[in-house]
Structure formats: structure tokens, C-alpha cells
Design a protein around this ligand. Structure first.
Ligand code: PSU
Ligand code: MN
Length: 309
């Protein structure tokens, strides 16, 4: 008995026309994740935001490539119909590195996390990816061992991830330690302090600061001269007018984490659960902030991608 030959990676990738055209003509392309659509925001704001973020990238002269898993394929750039299907489908798998091949092999719908989106983006030839916040070391990880696969992926896969920092529901000092161990440069954009997603402040100094897309492009080109270089994390603070200050955010986060513990939430359910609880506790304000920071990251990512073509 011989098993069927494994599929070639290139055969698993389905580009939409806009992305295929951009790659063949050398236009900048920005990858986007889909877990933020299926597990990070409620319908219909999720799909409205996904479309708005794509429009923001086009307005900067780049092409958006939203990544998801459908019918055993890695979709790189979704049609309007596919985006709608994904945003409304029930039972979409949240896919990180451990889940990606399971979803592909079984033909399930999969939304990609930062880790899986980096894998797919790299396979598809994309170098820049915009998201909201990365996963990291959870509070209490010394007991639970809950450390997001996003950190390991940043250590191994050469994609630049533009985020608004790490959410303060994580243990940010430990997250920074792990990133350093894995060799990931963490660059705050235009600020000396590491931003913390909904808040511009984390109370921690950023390892490095750069203040233009051009400087970030130069760093990325330098990384490429080394083989086996991994990712780079850009931490772009949420615009001042949209932020929820750190002092205010702390009490919401503590309450949301306590609620997750009471309800016995574990593993990959933790992040979506806590985000949902914070949405309720802030009466929707955290979602407005989330949308504003993702759009802000998309615009910066488009400018960085333009430096690389
Ligand atoms: N941040 C958000 N919304 C999200 C996520 C992060 O505001 O939906 C998602 C991202 O896809 C990230 C993932 O990669 O959560 C991390 O999950 P985990 O901690 O289970 O690795
Ligand atoms: Mn986890």
C-alpha cells in the first residue's frame, strides 16, 4: 500500500485576480488574517471592518490579501462572496500552526491566526502582514503553559507583522522576553514606549523605535541578507483619539480574565472569550478602538510593503 503523494504547496494556494496581478506586476501586497473576522469581532462589524481595511490598503496604493482556508485550499485574497461566507459561517475553525493542515486535509473552513497567516503569506510570497494584536504569553502561563504559537512563528517565518502591540490581557513583560529569546526584533513605531493594543501605553520601554516606513523597509532588507531570519514585529500605537487609556483598561481586563477563570475557559478559547467579555464591559467601545487600530496598522503596512517592491 502506498499513500497518495503529498500535494505541492503551490497547488494549495488560490490567489484572487487582484493579488495575482499585483504579484506579477510588482505592486505592494499586504496580507490580512481572518481569525479577527470570525473570532475577534461580532457580525456584521467584522465583515464591514474587513472590507474597510481592504479599502484602506488600496487607498495607500497597495493590494490587500485576506487569507483563509476553504475547501482544502489556502485562499490568498477573498472575493466579496467568500468574505461574506466566512463572516457568517458557523463552526469556522480557528487555525494556528497546529490546526492549519487539519483544516486543509479535511476541507473545513478555517480562519487563520497570526501564526497561520504568516505561514500562508510566506508560502504565497508575501512579506508584510497587518493585524490588530498578536497572541503572546498569557497571565499565569507559569501554571497553564498558555503561550501563543504566534511567538514561535515570529521566530521562524520571515514576515513583517504590523500590530498595535500586545494586548494588556497578556503578560507583556514575559511576551517581550520570549520574543527576544526567539530572535524577533520588536520595533515601536514613532514612540519609545511599547503600545498595548487598546492603549498607547504599556508602562514598558520598547526594545527599538523607528519612525518611518522607509527605515522599517531598510531593516527588513537587512534581515533578508541572513538565511533563516524570522519575522519582525512592528508595534504601532492606536491613534490618540481612539485609545482607551491604560488606567481605565486595566479594570476591564482584570474583570474579563476573572470571568474566564470562573467559566473554566481554556486553551484556544481564551483569547476570543476574553475579547468578548471586554466588549460587553466597555459597552462596545473596545470594538471601536479595535477597528481604528487595525485600520491604522493596515495603512502603515501598505507603506512598508511599498518599500519592498
Ligand atoms: N487580537 C484580536 N482579535 C483576535 C486575535 C488577536 O484583537 O481575534 C487573534 C489573532 O488571530 C491571534 C490569535 O493570532 O487571536 C491568538 O490566539 P492564541 O492566543 O490562541 O494563539
Ligand atoms: Mn493559547
Amino acid at each position: 500500500m502506498t499513500s497518495p503523494a503529498p500535494a505541492a504547496l503551490a497547488d494549495l494556494i488560490v490567489y484572487n485576480d487582484e493579488v495575482r496581478d499585483a504579484l506579477s506586476t510588482g505592486k505592494p501586497v499586504v496580507a490580512l488574517e481572518s481569525t479577527i473576522i470570525t473570532h475577534g469581532m461580532p457580525f456584521p462589524k467584522n465583515v464591514e471592518t474587513a472590507r474597510q481595511v481592504e479599502a484602506d490598503i488600496r487607498a495607500e496604493g497597495a493590494v490587500p490579501a485576506t487569507i483563509a482556508l476553504m475547501d482544502g485550499k489556502i485562499m490568498v485574497g477573498l472575493s466579496d462572496a467568500d468574505l461574506d461566507r466566512l463572516a457568517q459561517a458557523k463552526d469556522v475553525m480557528k487555525c494556528s500552526r497546529a490546526d492549519l493542515t487539519f483544516a486543509l486535509a479535511t476541507g473545513r473552513y478555517g480562519a487563520t491566526t497570526v501564526a497561520a497567516t504568516m505561514m500562508a503569506a510566506h508560502a504565497a510570497g508575501l512579506k508584510v502582514f497587518a493585524t490588530g494584536g498578536i497572541g503572546g504569553v498569557h497571565k499565569g502561563a507559569e501554571q497553564s503553559f498558555d503561550i501563543s504559537a504566534d511567538l514561535d512563528e515570529l521566530g521562524r517565518t520571515p514576515v513583517c507583522v504590523v500590530s498595535a502591540g500586545a494586548k494588556a490581557l497578556l503578560d507583556i513583560p514575559k511576551t517581550l522576553e520570549v520574543l527576544e529569546t526567539k530572535g524577533v526584533p520588536v520595533i515601536a513605531y514613532g514612540t519609545e514606549e511599547l503600545p498595548a493594543f487598546w492603549s498607547r501605553q504599556s508602562g514598558l520601554a520598547a526594545p527599538y523605535t523607528l519612525s518611518s516606513a522607509e527605515e522599517i523597509g531598510a531593516l527588513l532588507k537587512m534581515r533578508e541578507t541572513f538565511s533563516d531570519h524570522g519575522g519582525v514585529l512592528i508595534a504601532n500605537p492606536v491613534p490618540e483619539t481612539d485609545e482607551i487609556p491604560r488606567s481605565e483598561m486595566t479594570s476591564y481586563i482584570d474583570a474579563a480574565i476573572a470571568q474566564a477563570e470562573t467559566d473554566g475557559i481554556r486553551g484556544k478559547e481564551v483569547t476570543p472569550y476574553v475579547l468578548g467579555a471586554i466588549l460587553d464591559l466597555t459597552a462596545g467601545r473596545s470594538l471601536d478602538t479595535n477597528i481604528a487600530l487595525v485600520r491604522n496598522n493596515a495603512r502603515l503596512a501598505a507603506r512598508i510593503a511599498a518599500e519592498l517592491v
